[in-house]
Design a protein around this ligand. Sequence first.
Ligand SMILES: Nc1nc2c(ncn2[C@@H]2O[C@H](COP(=O)(O)OP(=O)(O)OP(=O)(O)O)[C@@H](O)[C@H]2O)c(=O)[nH]1
Ligand SMILES: C=C(OP(=O)(O)O)C(=O)O
Length: 215
Amino acid sequence: MQWTLVIPLKALARAKSRLSDAAADGVRPGLALAFAQDTVAAALACAAVHDVAVVTDDPLAGRELAALGARIVGNEPAGGLNAALAHAAAAVRRLRPGGAVAALNADLPALRAPELARVLGAAAEFPRAFLPDAAGIGTTLLAATPGRELLPAFGADSRMRHLASGAVELALGAVDSVRQDVDTGDDLRAALALGVGPRTAAVAARLLIPGRHGG
Ligand SMILES: Nc1nc2c(ncn2[C@@H]2O[C@H](COP(=O)(O)OP(=O)(O)OP(=O)(O)O)[C@@H](O)[C@H]2O)c(=O)[nH]1
Ligand SMILES: C=C(OP(=O)(O)O)C(=O)O
């Protein structure tokens, strides 16, 4: 099964506020963009991925991610993350009727294409399925097979809310790179330990993150 991935990215100037312990105001937009670039590049390299649509109104992010090969979908309607995801999922389904669609977080800088392929392969067995984040509280991927609505419920406690919505939780081992989202400095250290993509590695090298250099 070949998937269209929908990747939401809010305005870079507002992104990753919980990373303020590890990255100053002037650095976070560039870090958020680097996470998204490494996420999109790994997604596009995945054999199970047909195409990638990034949902954003950020002009710089739109240009940079389009240059990698993503399609850019506007962030509408004004109603937050889940409204924008549902709208984008419907838009990609109009372009590829009968296609499989999955929403993927934009903050997976350690993402590896073979691990994403394993997750999507497992998701193909169910009408709707999701992967919990590394912390076990949120969600990094929500998938809907052909003919099924995505019904996204990202945000606080999204693992429980996706479960309650009837989506099947994927219990897979060895897919850490798909689960390791980065919201805090500790998350960033965990992602660096897994091994991040080149854009995040370049920005992180300038941050002198404790733990990366033995601190
Ligand atoms: N297009 C779009 N993406 C969003 C919106 N809100 C959040 N996102 C994206 O959804 C994912 C999870 O978002 P959040 O955890 O709310 O935001 P964040 O920037 O990752 O982190 P914090 O600022 O620390 O909350 C990230 O990829 C965000 O960029 C929105 O309203 N529109
Ligand atoms: C929106 C989510 O991600 P984050 O961990 O970035 O808040 C979520 O887990 O549903």
